[in-house]
Design a protein around this ligand. Structure first.
Ligand SMILES: *Cc1c(COP(=O)(O)O)cnc(C)c1O
Length: 463
C-alpha cells in the first residue's frame, strides 16, 4: 500500500517527538506564543491542493513548536497533569498504528484482551471488588459520567421503574455531594440528567461533613446517589469513606467516588489510612492520564455491579457481533467506537510492576511533602493546606502578592503552577503528578519560588 509513505512519516514524527521529549525538561515551561499567535501562522482557507505526508508533519511540528507548553516537565504543577512513561507512549503509538476499533471482543481480540488484563490489574492494585465492571473512557469527567449513568439507571430500577423510559417517567432522584465537589462531578450530574448536586458541608480541607450528609439524606424522600471524593484538587484531602459510605448505604443510597488522581493512593499501604472504606462504595472514577502517567486521553470507570453497568451502557444491534453472556468493551462506556486506550494503561503497569506503581504514588506524595517543607522555610510564605497527598497550596501574606508570585513563576519559566482561590484566599497551587518530579526537581522548584519571593519583596533580605 503506502509502505514508503508510512515509513517516511513515522520517521519524521519520531524525529520531531525526540526533539520535543529531549528538551521538555529543560526548556522554559510556558509557551512562547499564545493561541492567536499560532493561529496567525495557521489561519488560512483550506488549500485546493494537498501536501505530502512528511511535509504535513514537518509543517505541523514547526508551526506548533512555539505554542507547546512543556507539560511533561518535572516542574510543571498546573491543573493535575501527568507525564508519560516511555512504555505507555510506545504502546500509544502502536494503538494508533493498529487502529483497532476496540468496541467488541470478537473483531479485536488482542486489544480487548489487553484492556481486560489492565482492568483486572487496576482492580487488584486499588483493592476494589474484582467482580467490578471497568470501562476505559476519555478521562475523569467521562468516567464520572459513565458511573453516574450506571448509578442513575440502577436507582430508577430499584424504585420500580424502567430506566429505558428515561428520567421523565421515573421518580425524582436525589444527587448529593460535599461542598468541595469538583466541577467535573457537577458537569457529570448535569449530563446525566440529575442536575448539579445538592451540596452538604465540608471541613476546612474539603472533606464532606458526614453528619451533614446523614441529615440531608434523612430529610429527603426517594432514591439517592452520593458522590464522595478521593483527592481534593486544592488540599488533596480524602473524604472519610468508612463513615460516609456507611451513612449513605444506611439510607439506601448509591455511593460514587470521584478519585481522578486520588484513587491511586489505594495502591500503597503507606497511604491506606487515606482510603479506609473506599472499597465499600458502588462506583469509582479515576484517570490514567494523571497519576499513572499515560498519554492523554485515558480515564477509568469502575462499577461494582457489572450488570448495572452493562444494563445502562450496553449496546445491541443485529450487525454488532456479540458473544452472549460476555459483555463487550462498548457495553461499559458511552462510545460504540473508540481507540484501544486501555492498552497504554497495560503498558504502564507492565513496565512498572506492583512495586513500581507503589514507588510512583509514594514518590509523588514525597515530592509534595518536600515542596511544602521547602516552602515553609521561605520567609513570608505559608502553606495553607494539610499536605496529605500530592497537592500544595502556597500563599503570601496578601492576595495581591500571592497573585504576583504566581505570575512571576509562570513568566520566569522554571516552574509552572496555577493560581487559584481556596478558603477565601488567593493561592499558588502545586499539583504533583509527573513521575519525574524527584528531589532535584523539588529543590529547583523551591529555589525558584524563593527567588520569586525575594524579587517581589515578599521575603525581605536580611543583608
Ligand atoms: C481532573 C479531575 C477531574 C476531571 O478529570 P478529567 O480527566 O480532566 O476529565 C475530576 N475530578 C477531580 C478531583 C480531578 O482532579
Amino acid at each position: 500500500m503506502d509502505n514508503d509513505q508510512y515509513r517516511a512519516v513515522l520517521e519524521a514524527a519520531q524525529r520531531h517527538a525526540r526533539v520535543w521529549l529531549g528538551s521538555v525538561a529543560e526548556q522554559p515551561i510556558r509557551p512562547e506564543q499564545d493561541a492567536d499567535g499560532i493561529l496567525s501562522m495557521l489561519d488560512r482557507d483550506l488549500p485546493d491542493d494537498g501536501l505530502d505526508a512528511v511535509a504535513v508533519v514537518d509543517e505541523l511540528a514547526a508551526v506548533s513548536a512555539p505554542g507547546l507548553m512543556a507539560m511533561g516537565s518535572p516542574r510543571f504543577y498546573g491543573f493535575v497533569i501527568g507525564g508519560t512513561y516511555p512504555a505507555a507512549l510506545g504502546a500509544d503509538w502502536l494503538v494508533s498504528a493498529w487502529d483497532q476499533n476496540t468496541g467488541s471482543r470478537q473483531p479485536t481480540p488482542a486489544t480487548a484482551a489487553v484492556e481486560e488484563t489492565a482492568a483486572r490489574w487496576i482492580l487488584d492494585l486499588l483493592g476494589l471488588p474484582r467482580e467490578s465492571g471497568v470501562g476505559f473512557v476519555t478521562g475523569g469527567t467521562s468516567a464520572n459520567l459513565t458511573c453516574l449513568l450506571a448509578a442513575r439507571d440502577a436507582v430508577i430500577r430499584a424504585s420500580g421503574h424502567d430506566p429505558v423510559r428515561g428520567l421523565q417517567h421515573a421518580p425524582v432522584i436525589r444527587f448529593l455531594a460535599g461542598e468541595a465537589v469538583h466541577t467535573s462531578m457537577v458537569l457529570a450530574g448535569r449530563m446525566a440528567g440529575l442536575g448539579a448536586p445538592q451540596t452538604v458541608g465540608a471541613d476546612d480541607q474539603g472533606r464532606i461533613d458526614v453528619d451533614g450528609l446523614a441529615r440531608a439524606l434523612a430529610q429527603g424522600e426517594g432514591q439517592a446517589i452520593v458522590a464522595l471524593q478521593a483527592g481534593d484538587v486544592h488540599s488533596g484531602a480524602f473524604d472519610d469513606f468508612a463513615a460516609a459510605v456507611t451513612v449513605a448505604h444506611d439510607a439506601g443510597a448509591w455511593v460514587h467516588v470521584d478519585g481522578a488522581f486520588g484513587l491511586w493512593a489505594a495502591a500503597t499501604p503507606r497511604l491506606a489510612h487515606l482510603v479506609r472504606g473506599l472499597a465499600e462504595a458502588d462506583s469509582w472514577a479515576t484517570d490514567a492520564h494523571k497519576t499513572l502517567n499515560v498519554p492523554y486521553d485515558c480515564g477509568v470507570a469502575i462499577v461494582r455491579d457489572d450488570a448495572a453497568m452493562t444494563a445502562a451502557l450496553g449496546a445491541h444491534a443485529a450487525y454488532l457481533p456479540a458473544v452472549e453472556e460476555i459483555p463487550d468493551p462498548y457495553d461499559r462506556v458511552p462510545e460504540l467506537s473508540r481507540r484501544a486506550r486501555g492498552v497504554p494503561v497495560w503498558a504502564a503497569l507492565r513496565s512498572l510492576g506492583r512495586r513500581g506503581v507503589i514507588g510512583l504514588v509514594e514518590g509523588l506524595a514525597d515530592a509534595a511533602a518536600g515542596l511544602a517543607d521547602g516552602f515553609r522555610r521561605i520567609p513570608g510564605l505559608e502553606v495553607l493546606n494539610d499536605v496529605v497527598f500530592t497537592q500544595v497550596c502556597l500563599a503570601a501574606p496578601d492576595d495581591a502578592a500571592t497573585a504576583a508570585l504566581g505570575q512571576w513563576l509562570r513568566a520566569e519559566g522554571t516552574v509552572w503552577a496555577s493560581s487559584s482561590r481556596w478558603q477565601g484566599r488567593t493561592v499558588v497551587r502545586f499539583a504533583v503528578s509527573n513521575r519525574g518530579t524527584d528531589a532535584e526537581a523539588v529543590r529547583r522548584t523551591v529555589d525558584a519560588v524563593a527567588r520569586g519571593a525575594r524579587a517581589l519583596g515578599i521575603t525581605h533580605d536580611a543583608g
